[in-house]
Design a protein around this ligand. Structure first.
Ligand code: ADP
Length: 260
């Protein structure tokens, strides 16, 4: 649950029932949000976009996905939202094997993911509030639950005062914050940001990154694909680097480029 709280304990409550009985020194295993095991993706034209990818993302992690154009970042994201299926290997989201889902279960699993893109993809004729609320409406949420949920995420992204405005009355940064609110409103298990600062100037990019870090502190697991080397290197989070469809580096507290 995302709340507007700025302090206090993290929303992530790792472990299982009874975890409090353990000795304080014993590490508590956190839950796995995403696991990719031996994932290969070949497109119908024979192009190999991913080759034997293994990746585990535990609850509460913040991961930068980096790599040159054509490395396979978008393909990885498409597998996660089940836009594409792996040719080989397994993709588990919250323990569910995406390759074995029944068609009718796909929308439910997609709701476990919140995603934002470089080009915000807002509905131009809907206000900020309605853009965010619509994401819940389509899931069949009750009207009475939508308004408080929308208010809560607008507070998180700092857009309470702009709730009635249309996207074309907002700055680029505000549009991206609206998209972030929309992606958060159904409490996703994994928040994916696909080059979220690609259309924003450096100062606004920093505001967006700070917001994503805060959302992560509130307990949301974040995977961000980016070319923004300055941001990645300054923030020192986990960096997963793809090259030619393979993970060539997976380091915590890392820079954009290999440092050794
Ligand atoms: P990135 O997001 O890192 O730029 P992509 O996942 O888009 O990388 O692409 C990885 C490789 O797969 C590239 O060689 C690209 O040309 C190829 N590719 C991507 N989408 C398709 C597709 N729909 N059909 C065929 N080849 C594709």
């Amino acid at each position: 649950m995302v709340s507007a709280a700025t302090s206090g304990p993290k929303a992530v409550q790792p472990g299982k029932p009874g975890a409090t009985d353990k000795s304080p020194d014993e590490p508590i295993p956190s839950r796995i949000v995403l696991a990719m095991q031996g994932v290969t993706k070949a497109y119908p034209n024979g192009r190999m976009a991913l080759r034997g990818v293994d990746l585990t993302i535990p609850e509460g992690d913040f991961v930068f996905l980096v790599g040159p154009s054509g490395a396979g970042k978008s393909t990885m994201i498409k597998l996660l939202i089940r836009d594409e299926l792996a040719t080989k290997g397994v993709v588990l989201l919250d323990g569910r094997d995406l390759g074995r889902l029944k068609r009718r279960d796909v929308p439910k699993i997609r709701r476990k993911i919140g995603i934002v893109f470089q080009d915000f993809k807002l509905l131009p004729n809907k206000s900020v509030r309605d853009n965010v609320g619509f994401a819940l409406e389509v899931t069949g949420a009750k009207r009475s639950t939508i308004a408080p949920a929308v208010d809560r995420v607008l507070r998180v992204v700092g857009l309470t005062g702009q709730a009635g405005q249309l996207p074309n009355q907002l700055s680029g940064g505000e549009q991206q914050r609206t998209a972030i609110a929309r992606a958060l409103v159904h409490n996703p298990r994994l928040f994916i940001a696909d080059e979220p600062t690609g259309n924003l100037d450096p100062l606004i990019s920093w505001e967006i990154i700070q917001l994503l870090l805060r959302i992560n502190e509130l307990g949301v697991t974040v995977l961000m694909a980016t070319h923004n080397a300055e941001v990645v290197t300054a923030v020192r989070k986990r960096v997963v680097a793809l090259e030619n469809g393979r993970i060539v580096r997976d380091e915590t507290g890392a820079a954009y480029h290999r440092e050794d």
